[in-house]
Ligand binder design. Structure first.
Ligand code: LR7
Ligand code: MN
Length: 582
């Protein structure tokens, strides 16, 4: 008898504590997230959180432009204008950013073991270098403020801001005053003409006098304990370049989200990509929280011994504005005797946006910069790049003799050595030169830099005819038009991926695009996050339509027989506009 009542008692205690724990857990997660929006009006916070959970739970309306705009409606007409112009100039929700505290609390997303790790006091000092071009004031100051707030003061030798000849008035007038009056650690420089981020960083690095250079983008938020482990890795070996885990600050909601354990790679289009760690590697990192080797880095956020940066040849000053410098530096580090590591205990948030809101003086700086890199560093392997990218052969990339000379002077190893020793996975992914370019266009070569999470995958079926939307050519043919055809589950050119970025990707490769400048029909284009590639499902009573929120037009077929083309038009009740995603 006694035994039985004890069992019951134990069960009751277990039950009660289970629910308490669950409640405590859920509510503390909620509280933690609320605190990110500290200082905002309650209704604004609720909406921002709501947008998040809605997106996570895959609710329909959640990601539509209209829904996001409610954030503007809740506040004032000024805010609304701010909201639109903010997206236009910065490709993120500047209105919300302006309302958030410059030092809002962030969730401590570090691995448990990182939290009680200690570092020696004699770490090298850092010169933090932040370049910016037309950055928003709040995001720029938040970057600077979090660095000041979340770093031991004695480790910050200086913070160097390099204004890359921005046009915005507040950056020219207000910012210098603000810095002078409030931020004694900060040195503000301005280039005498637009240099692009690569040369602007070199300008900042020349001015620096700390032991370690620490580069950041101008829209970051450093998190608790970010600095010490980065400096520790560089102190232990001056030829080690250390990179934090780059967490995600959502461009729409400014929600801070932890990134998983990944390392840097690239594909043969020479785009940077994230590679997941294997299960064993993950286990090891969770257990030891030690830095782990990475074949490449994303480019914007890293710590490097200043003298080593110089002797290794800084950057290629022939590279313009944006792109390519990250792989160039990564290859150079590895091939010339250094190493690149990701430091799991260091966390820095970065605003990932869907497009770059600024132009470049030269047409396609990514291709030009990449060509310079490819010709200096990749030896005979450049044939793979050109096989994937034949049109790059005709692009002018200027004179690279200085960089070739640098490579000789530093006695750097071959690209073959790099692949075999640092990125062996990539050797299994060599394009087959015997096959056509098309056959080689595997997903990893085509995926845009704008990586995104798939929300759903399936056939896109026209309700009236029961036919499915497919590419008139193959799933990887850029510019191909979209047509109706008999549905076939096994056909790659009918398999659509709906992503978190609100685009529709065929075979997860190219995006449905309705750029009226390209002609009257919908077509496939390289994914670039632009408005003409944004699609939202609107489902009301009997309607189920795919709408482009910018133009408020609906996807529509021009006929109901196979071969009919797809275009867009004003939304209405027509059967030609009814689609389902199965
Ligand atoms: O002409 C310019 N002058 C500048 O000073 C253009 C840009 N900039 C500044 C800009 O204000 C920003 O602070 O340079 C910085 C980087 O520009 P972004 O934020 O537009 O670039 P990104 O974040 O899209 O690009 C990533 O790849 C770039 C390749 O050239 C750089 O290496 C960026 O630093 C890099 N960002 C990161 O690595 C952060 C993590 C994102 C990822 C992946
Ligand atoms: Mn950036």
């Amino acid at each position: 008898r006694i035994k039985r009542s004890r069992v019951i008692l134990a069960l009751v205690i277990f039950g009660v504590s289970f629910w308490l724990m669950l409640y405590w857990n859920v509510s503390s997660v909620y509280a933690r997230h609320r605190s990110q929006y500290f200082g905002l009006r309650k209704d604004v916070i609720d909406l921002a959180l709501d947008m998040h959970t809605a997106r996570d739970e895959d609710k329909e309306e959640a990601y539509s432009e209209a829904y996001l705009k409610r954030l503007g409606e809740i506040v004032t007409a000024d805010d609304q204008r701010n909201y639109d112009s903010g997206f236009h100039s910065h490709a993120f929700n500047q209105m919300l950013s302006d309302k958030l505290s410059l030092k809002r609390p962030l969730p401590d997303v570090r691995l448990e073991k990182c939290k009680d790790k200690t570092y020696p006091e004699d770490l090298p000092t850092a010169s933090v270098v932040i370049c910016f071009y037309n950055e928003a004031k709040s995001t720029l100051l938040r970057t600077v403020n979090t660095v000041i707030e979340r770093s031991p003061a004695y480790l910050i030798h200086e913070i160097i801001l390099v204004d890359d000849y921005s046009d915005f008035d507040y950056l020219k007038d207000e910012l210098p005053h603000y810095i002078q009056n409030n931020l004694p650690q900060v040195k503000l420089m301005r280039t005498s003409k637009r240099q692009g981020l690569i040369r602007a960083r070199m300008v900042g690095a020349k001015e620096a006098s700390g032991e370690v250079l620490l580069f950041l983008d101008s829209h970051c938020e450093v998190n608790k304990g970010w600095l010490e482990p980065l400096l520790f890795a560089v102190r232990n070996d001056p030829h080690t370049v250390s990179v934090p885990i780059i967490d995600i600050v959502n461009a729409d909601t400014f929600f801070y989200e932890a990134s998983g354990l990944v390392k840097g790679g690239f594909n043969w289009g020479m785009h940077y990509q994230w590679d997941p760690l294997t299960q064993d590697e993950t286990k090891e990192v969770v257990k030891t929280v030690e830095p782990f080797k990475s074949p490449t880095m994303a480019g914007g956020l890293f710590a490097m011994n200043r003298l080593y940066f110089q002797t290794l040849g800084e950057y290629d000053s022939g590279m313009d504005v944006w792109g390519g410098e990250n792989l160039e530096l990564s290859f150079r580090i590895w091939q010339c005797g250094g190493q690149l590591v990701i430091v799991p205990c260091s966390r820095v948030g970065h605003i990932f946006r869907k497009r770059r809101p600024y132009g470049a003086p030269r047409h396609d700086t990514f291709t030009r910069n990449t060509l310079r890199m490819v010709h200096v560093w990749t030896d005979e392997y450049k044939k793979y790049y050109f096989h994937i990218n034949p049109s790059a052969e005709n692009v002018n990339y200027g004179n690279i003799s200085e960089r070739v000379y640098l490579r000789e002077q530093l006695k750097c190893k071959s690209f073959k050595w790099y692949l075999e020793n640092v990125y062996p996975e990539q050797l299994h992914k060599l394009p087959n030169l015997e096959k056509s370019k098309e056959d080689n266009l595997r997903p990893e070569n085509l995926k845009s830099q704008y990586k995104t999470v798939t929300r759903a995958k399936g056939l896109l079926k026209h309700a009236g005819s029961g036919l499915c939307v497919e590419s008139e050519k193959t799933e990887y043919d850029k510019r191909a038009l979209l047509t109706l055809a008999l549905c076939n589950n096994a056909e790659r050119k009918q398999m659509w991926y709906e992503t978190e970025q609100k685009d529709m990707r065929l075979a997860n490769l190219l995006c449905m695009d309705r750029d009226s400048a390209a002609g009257p029909y919908a077509r496939l284009m390289k994914c670039n996050g632009s408005k003409t590639q944004t699609w939202v499902w609107v489902k009301k009573e009997t309607r189920s339509q795919l709408v482009n929120p910018t133009t408020s037009e609906c996807l529509v077929t021009t006929g109901v027989e196979p071969g009919s083309f797809l275009t867009t038009g004003s939304c209405g009740d027509s059967l030609l506009m009814q689609f389902s995603f199965t």
